[in-house]
Design a protein around this ligand. Structure first.
Ligand SMILES: NC(=O)C1=CN([C@@H]2O[C@H](COP(=O)(O)OP(=O)(O)OC[C@H]3O[C@@H](n4cnc5c(N)ncnc54)[C@H](O)[C@@H]3O)[C@@H](O)[C@H]2O)C=CC1
Ligand SMILES: O=C(O)C(=O)CO
Length: 392
């Protein structure tokens, strides 16, 4: 790598295996070391950006790419479009992977234009993300954050029949919008854990989820308990009208932008609970603040925000909102796994490996005791680029 033209603007980096044949850049330090070791073992020089700022600009990343780079692992906060894919292509790059399952920050058409593979990290974060949605559901139903603040403020002076009365989940209806991997895992947790009935809306039927709820209902009945039920709604409005707790888990695209707006909020029960662990712009956040103000019994649990990292004015003042900073996938196992999948996506393309045939079945890549399969775990534009599929 000596003799390369200096970068346009220096960006601080940490280098592993300086003599590696392939140059792979990660725009952020990521948890664990397995991802670094896997790249090094396959002759990669790994450069990790150590700049202090949280969100790198397009210019920062152009500098990082420099004039020779085989692949980049990037983050959902970065704007991966024409400028970055053309820079990566000029540097001889073949692959980019988001360290995330959502890739609404990536212009896949621009990547296709330059023949660059785009990876994401499905599966490894399903349960962790669903568990946070479940945590927010419980926290909202039982007003845990308000009650915690009350205690810390020294305001507790004795048990009272009316103190922080919330909602019982058992026997109520949970509504899921977007019953894909995460939405289905959340639905199962709420149905099995709290014996809620399920209503869901998705463009596709979730047969596995339906079968699970049917079987669980039969199990309960056989044990003399009230069975749980499920229904696939024919419109989102049906879910909004009927559910007591509604959790949003669709991808963010043109069809889901402001899916929840002023009108849809009005359609919900006055004391409903709304959870969002998908992407901020799925909710019209200004309309939500207005709705929270007008309906004190309505509660919301948010992991994501429309103008992340910012909040719409007024949201932070609402007692009926629980807000956490996009931490739904933040368990150690998941974050290390996401780093591994992202690194293997990039490595697989650099080494001309085929693409794994089923991105819902990524466990073989996560087993630390055996070498990972010679494939890229999940490439979203594999078809568009005509990449070969693994026979494994
Ligand atoms: N807050 C966080 O930290 C995390 C957020 N996410 C977000 O969650 C999303 C979902 O992830 P997965 O479950 O793995 O994806 P998935 O692809 O398995 O599920 C998405 C589901 O949304 C459905 N869908 C698409 N358009 C729809 C519409 N207009 N109406 C109703 N349903 C629609 C799809 O048919 C699919 O079943 C990701 O795209 C990402 O944006 C994912 C992980 C962590
Ligand atoms: O994976 C994603 O899409 C996230 O939002 C972070 O895990």
């Amino acid at each position: 790598f000596e003799g390369l033209a200096p970068m346009a603007r220096p960006v601080q980096i940490e280098v592993w295996n300086p003599n590696g044949k392939y140059r792979v850049v990660s725009t952020k330090a990521m948890p664990g070391t397995r991802w670094i070791n896997l790249l090094i073992e396959q002759d990669c020089r790994v450069e990790i950006c150590t700049e202090k700022k949280t969100i790198l600009s397009v210019e920062d990343i152009v500098s990082l790419i420099g004039n020779r780079c085989d692949g980049v692992i990037g983050q959902l906060t970065e704007d991966w479009g024409e400028v970055l894919f053309s820079a990566l292509s000029r540097a001889g790059g073949k692959a980019f992977s988001n360290m995330a399952v959502g890739y609404n920050n990536v212009d896949v058409n621009a990547a296709n234009k330059y023949g660059i593979a785009v990876g994401n990290t499905p599966g490894v974060l399903t349960e962790t993300t669903a568990e946070l949605a479940a945590s927010l559901s419980l926290a909202a139903a039982r007003r845990i954050v308000e009650a915690d603040e009350f205690m810390r403020a020294g305001r507790y002076d004795g048990w009272l029949p009316n103190l922080f009365v919330g909602n019982l989940l058992k026997g109520q209806t949970v509504g899921v919008i977007g019953a894909g991997r995460i939405g289905s895992a959340y639905a199962r947790m709420m149905v099995e854990g709290f014996k809620m009935n399920l209503i869901y809306f998705d463009l596709y039927q979730s047969t596995r989820l339906e079968k699970f709820v049917t079987a669980y209902g039969e199990f309960l009945k056989a044990n003399g308990e009230a069975p749980v039920t499920w229904r696939r709604a024919s419109s989102m409005e049906e879910v909004l009208r009927e559910a007591d707790v509604i959790s949003l888990h669709p991808v963010l695209d043109k069809t889901t932008f402001h899916l929840v707006n002023k009108e849809s909020l009005k359609a919900m029960k006055k004391d409903a609970i709304l959870i969002n662990c998908s992407r901020g712009p799925v909710i019209d956040e200004a309309a939500l603040v207005e709705h929270l103000r007008e309906n004190p019994m309505f509660r919301v649990g948010l992991d994501v925000f429309e103008d992340e990292p910012y909040m719409k004015p007024g949201l932070a003042d609402m007692k009926n909102a629980i807000i956490v900073p996009h931490i739904a996938s933040a368990s150690k196992w998941t974050r290390e796994g996401m780093a591994t999948l992202a690194a293997l996506n990039v490595l697989g393309k650099i080494k001309d490996y085929p693409v794994w045939s089923d991105p819902n079945r990524v466990e073989p890549f996560l087993n630390e005791n055996v070498p990972p399969p010679a494939a890229s775990p999940s490439i979203v534009n594999a078809k568009a680029l005509g990449l070969p599929v693994s026979k494994l």
